[in-house]
Design a protein around this ligand. Structure first.
Ligand SMILES: Nc1ncnc2c1ncn2[C@@H]1O[C@H](COP(=O)(O)OP(=O)(O)O)[C@@H](O)[C@H]1O
Ligand SMILES: [Mg+2]
Length: 316
């Protein structure tokens, strides 16, 4: 017996001399949403593919509800649903026809497949589009249908690989509520995302990966505490005073300050009340500012706060 939906130890996957996944450990409790956050190329999809038995780890091991992904592949496959970054669905058929095919593949009778398909179309607000060919579907509708298809077998663990990348804000919000409903019904969800706010909105725990390694594993609140909920941006008038200004901000916020090529200073900020202290201290030493801005930190800044590394994108 295990109450862990996912347990991974030292997972490694290399492509040539690229260690795409470089020793990933995971412990995801049953019934929770785990958000895997990381930039493009971090190794999110490769990790999911190994957990979902689509690709074999070069080293390490993983268990899904206690079943080994390499030794008990068939058992694991019965327990998971996987939604790809790209819908794996037939363009020329209607939404209903696609779902019927998936249902039949999962061993439902015609009647049961139809009932289940109708339920899912309703749940994903696709009832009106049920008889439209997929070629007429918008990106958001496709994503929802793809997700619906992966739920036909009622899998206890669902992998969602960037379910909202490229969706407009309204469709993203709809997708979020769909995902929350899945977990209400007892499923465990692992979803990958490039968006900090998405992981924050949905996840019980967030695993941050960068260059194939886990650089943080925390609750959304814990993560926000460590990287700052708000990001401070300051531009000084004279380029000569950039370093002095950075030092002053670092002293007050007790955190590293990032300096961009255009001499803009950025730092995570947990306590926005400190803004007054910073402005006063800069004024005292005669540093003039041309811009001050508070906003949500970007993924880049999260990585900087966690790794001290500004280069988050793999260039290759
Ligand atoms: N089939 C593959 N063959 C060669 N390299 C790959 C393959 N799949 C992924 N990679 C490389 O592995 C790294 C991680 O990729 P991926 O897991 O897709 O990242 P993410 O999903 O976080 O964007 C990248 O450098 C990518 O180019
Ligand atoms: Mg990916």
């Amino acid at each position: 017996m295990t109450n862990l939906a996912i347990q991974a130890n030292g997972l490694v996957k290399t492509f040539g001399n690229n260690r795409a996944v470089d020793g990933v450990d995971l412990k995801i409790p049953t019934g929770s949403i785990c958000g895997v956050l990381g930039p493009n190329g971090a190794g999110k999809t490769t990790t999911i593919n190994m957990l979902a038995t689509l690709s074999k780890p070069d080293a390490g091991s993983a268990k899904i509800f206690g079943y080994d992904v390499m030794k008990e592949t068939q058992k694991v496959r019965q327990l998971i649903g996987l939604t790809g970054q790209f819908a794996s669905i037939d363009e020329t058929l209607t939404a209903m026809e696609n779902l019927m095919i998936f249902g039949r593949l999962h061993g439902y009778s015609r009647k049961d497949a139809k009932r289940k398909a109708n339920e899912l179309l309703e749940e994903f607000a696709l009832t009106e589009a049920a008889n439209k060919a997929l070629s007429q579907f918008s990106g958001g509708m496709r994503r929802r249908l793809d997700l619906a298809a992966s739920l036909l077998s009622n899998p206890p663990l669902i992998f969602l690989d960037e379910p909202t990348t490229g969706l407009d804000p309204r469709t993203r919000t709809q997708m979020w509520s769909t995902i929350r409903n899945l977990v209400k019904n007892g499923s465990t969800v692992m979803l990958t995302t490039q968006y900090l706010d998405e992981a924050d909105q949905l996840a019980d725990s967030i695993v941050v990966i960068d260059k194939g390694r886990v650089v943080a594993n925390d609750t959304p609140d814990g993560l926000k505490k460590s990287v700052g909920e708000t990001s401070l941006q300051i531009t000084v008038k004279s380029a000569d005073s950039v370093l002095d200004a950075a030092q002053i901000i670092e002293r007050i916020l007790k955190t590293k300050v990032q300096i961009s090529e255009s001499s803009e200073l950025t730092a995570p900020m947990n306590n926005t009340n400190k803004l007054t202290d910073i402005l006063t201290a800069l004024k005292e030493v005669g540093i003039t500012l041309t811009n001050v801005n508070l906003r949500q930190p970007t993924l880049d800044e999260v990585f900087f706060a966690l790794t001290g590394n500004t280069e988050v994108k793999e260039e290759n």
